[in-house]
Design a protein. Structure first.
Length: 162
């Protein structure tokens, strides 16, 4: 991967310049054997034409949130199945640099903070048990051109197919 952590914001899969970019993993994340790390964070543009992560904003609608809860990630040697448990507006801090998700106490406190969000535009399904023992995925995109906000959709790993 290129040294510039934001390289894929403006480049395609073939590393050619593209205004669309492609969704990409946080630079602190490694794949391979560690594909189910504590919190995989994937970034993508909020494109006006509806491409990339624009559709994440559909999760701000309760009916859509309730009826679209599955994420499937296809790896070369396995398939990861996740269930969405939260969708909310967050600040723009770098999650992997702000929280040590490998520390169970930090991860637990972070999950507690998500469960305690009281924003009218946030949806958190507290009936889905998510603990510091679980693996989650965070999809992150910008929010209506506000550089200091990110819209996050989070899901918990529920099964792995080999």
């Amino acid at each position: 991967a290129p040294d510039n952590k934001d390289f894929y914001l403006r480049h395609d899969f073939n590393k050619a310049y593209s205004v669309y970019g492609v969704p990409y993993l946080d630079e602190q994340t490694t794949l391979g054997a560690n594909a189910e790390s504590d919190n995989l964070i994937i970034y993508g543009h909020n494109m006006k034409n509806g491409s990339m992560f624009r559709t994440l904003h559909n999760y701000s609608d309760r009916e859509f949130f309730d009826n679209n809860r599955d994420i499937t990630i296809y790896m070369p040697d396995k398939i990861l199945h996740y269930t969405i448990f939260a969708a909310y507006l967050y600040d723009s801090r770098h999650l992997m640099l702000s929280f040590d998700f490998k520390d169970p106490d930090v991860f637990r406190a972070y999950l507690d903070s998500v469960r305690n969000i009281r924003d009218m535009n946030a949806f958190v399904d507290t009936d889905i048990p998510v603990t510091e023992e679980d693996k989650i995925i965070t999809l992150s995109t910008c929010y209506k051109g506000q550089a200091d906000r990110r819209y996050l959709v989070q899901a918990v790993l529920v099964s792995i197919e080999s």
